[in-house]
Design a protein around this ligand. Sequence first.
Ligand SMILES: [Zn+2]
Length: 166
Amino acid sequence: MHLGFQFSGSSRYLREVRMKFKEVPQIPIPRRRELIDSANEARKLQNRAARGASYGAAVLTLNDNIFSAGSFFSSTHSLSLHAEHAALVHCALHGEPLIKAIAIASDDPETLATPCGLCRQLIFENARQSGLNVVVLTLREREVSVESTIVELYPLPWPDRKPRNI
Ligand SMILES: [Zn+2]
């Protein structure tokens, strides 16, 4: 079985996906604990009661501040925001859009709450702006179950596009 990537096509795309990221310096253990606890606490911040699991996320910004969010649900489902998405909006609204790390919590004992593909794209775009290989902490039962980086989780991102004014 072939597990590597075979690239062909746009060299611009290859340059983008092979962009070199800086590794995030070790996060001090007390601050890491606060990030984990914030993600767990944020499960209570959902905008409405949901069936099934609750999700929370917390981000650590370049200024070492923590912003968290719970999932934001809509009856349409397609308008819902995942907790990771909402946490990224939260820090941006406070003037600190770039992050070093994100922790994601769920109370679902069956499923490991790694970020979905959409959230991986958003986290990757954040890393692309900062040049930092964002640390992703996936929690289970209030502790880190998987520690990874966004480049490990999402090696083939959507190409970079500048936002248009709307
Ligand atoms: Zn998601």
